[in-house]
Design a protein around this ligand. Structure first.
Ligand SMILES: Cc1ncc(COP(=O)(O)O)c(C=O)c1O
Ligand SMILES: N[C@@H](CCOP(=O)(O)O)C(=O)O
Length: 466
């Protein structure tokens, strides 16, 4: 399997290459040169498989020759063996039409673990084949940070620098990152938003002074391997609900457009998807883009669903590339315009291509609270604010009642105890494995939202490659 950049000028790479590279050298994102396709019989044969086996089958076409099937299965069994639920991603029925796909049973209680537990092992495997070492630079609005840190803490040949917006993540989210005291882990609280942090991370990939000394890589969903591992649970739930003989709709709480793009990939591979519902909070650039073609940023508004407080959604570029005719040169020009003005209009081809599968909705704080309350009072389920935004969108999308609608439950409610308590009157308790989180020592640096300061900090602490 070869991967090409959405901006057309970086070299094509294989799976090992894109995993270690993270972002393409032309500033684009890597995407498979073509989508692998499963037959109906191959999809039907996934039913009933244990999660790790299903994962290895779904991912093998993307991995190609970079790993043997046996090695891929071994890594999947190791990664998903750490989940607290036997099913790894269990499905819960809410009413006749609505279902929740619980993605938060991994070590750090959010859907990010599903991909990052595997990515940590992939880094280890690929680095063991040479003398290289990695400097991972990541941005988090709360959940990627702890999941990535858990996946690489204490590993040889990797340093991780994780930027989070100071004061804009929940106290549980912050402590899940900052109480990991391994010597290869560096947490940095920056003045600014997640978007500021993500922009600085991307800039570092193009900074020769850094890339000449360090092999920079990514754990955010700009790294293709992240998305690949997220495609798996769409197939896992699909076959449980009747695929390939029945269509399924998915409602996805969305920020960086990674999770919902994984659903798009599953559809390209043959999963019968009725609709992908892109659910946003008031930081609604994606809802505006999909409903009117207007992709223009405003300032990021802090909300009770902080992990979705994002305006610049990296993976939207992958969708624009795929539905816009895969013209990297034209997209590079369009993205340059967006980077300069913070606004762009989707082309007709991009709008129509996206509309075939995507719809969108926005939830304000009241609608989010009402969705938490509905799930609690009518269905006996305690859900987190991000999941609630997805559920609000699912219940209002007007999907044919015969089609099951699966809302992705992206975080454990205990990560957002204040918001859940306000809505339900009940304060979720922390699972026992992090029950002592508030007694643990914290360590992190506080830096201005200034690229030079961040680059200097990384250069001072990272171990050079070679
Ligand atoms: C709990 C939670 N829900 C939803 C999202 C949005 O997912 P994505 O960025 O893949 O769109 C995030 C962050 O990414 C998150 O942490
Ligand atoms: N919501 C994320 C933001 C980063 O998204 P990613 O999926 O690209 O890593 C977070 O919680 O950090």
């Amino acid at each position: 399997m070869q991967y090409v950049s959405t901006r057309g000028s970086a070299p094509a790479l294989d799976f090992e290459g894109v995993t270690l590279a993270g972002l393409a050298s032309d500033g684009g994102l890597y995407i498979p040169a073509e989508w692998p396709r499963f037959s109906e019989a191959e999809i039907a044969a996934l039913a009933g498989l244990p999660y790790a086996q299903l994962a290895a089958r779904v991912m093998q076409p993307f991995v190609g020759d970079s790993l043997t099937p046996e090695k891929l299965l071994e890594l999947c069994e190791k990664a998903y063996g750490r989940f607290a639920h036997k099913a790894v991603t269990p499905l819960v029925q809410l009413d006749e039409q609505n279902w929740l796909l619980e993605l938060f049973h991994g070590p750090t209680l959010a859907f990010k673990d599903v991909a990052l537990q595997l990515l940590g092992l992939l880094f280890e495997e690929f680095l063991s084949r040479s003398d290289a070492r990695l400097t991972i630079v990541g941005a988090t609005s709360g959940d990627t940070g702890s999941a990535a840190i858990d996946a690489v803490a204490g590993r040889d040949r990797v340093d991780i620098f994780m930027l989070h917006p100071n004061g804009r993540v929940s106290d549980v989210q912050r402590r899940q990152m900052t109480t990991v005291l391994s010597p290869n882990v560096y947490n940095i609280a920056i003045d600014g938003s997640f978007d500021d942090a993500q922009a600085m991370v991307k800039r570092m990939f193009g900074d020769r002074a850094m890339t000449d000394r360090f092999r920079i890589s990514a754990v955010n969903s700009i790294n293709w391997a992240r998305l690949m591992a997220q495609v798996v649970y769409y197939f896992a739930v699909g076959v449980q609900l009747g695929a390939p003989h029945r269509k399924i709709a998915f409602s996805v709480p969305t920020g960086n457009f990674g999770d919902v793009f994984a659903g798009y990939v599953a559809a390209q591979m043959g999963l019968p998807v009725e609709k992908l519902i892109v659910a946003t909070n008031v930081n609604d650039i994606l809802h505006r883009a999909l409903s009117s073609g207007d992709y223009s940023t405003g300032t990021v508004t802090p909300t009770a669903a902080p992990s979705m407080d994002i305006q610049v959604s990296s993976n939207f570029e992958r969708l624009l590339f795929d539905v816009g005719g895969r013209d990297g040169v034209a997209l590079a020009e369009q993205m340059r315009g967006f980077e300069a003005t913070k606004a762009m209009q989707l082309t007709n081809q991009q709008r129509e291509g996206a509309a075939a599968l995507f719809t969108s909705a926005r939830a304000d704080p009241d609608q989010m609270t009402q969705a938490i309350r509905w799930a609690y009072e009518e269905c006996g389920e305690v859900i987190d604010p991000h999941t609630a935004i997805g559920l609000h969108a699912a219940r209002n999308a007007g999907i044919d009642p015969a089609v099951p609608v699966v809302t992705l439950a992206t975080a454990h409610p205990a990560k957002f105890r204040d918001a859940v308590e306000r809505a339900t009157g009940t304060r979720p308790t922390l699972p026992t494995r992090i029950g002592d989180l508030f007694e643990r020592e914290e360590r992190y640096a506080e830096l201005p939202g200034d690229y030079d300061a961040i680059a200097a900090y990384v250069a001072e602490h990272a171990t050079p490659n070679g």
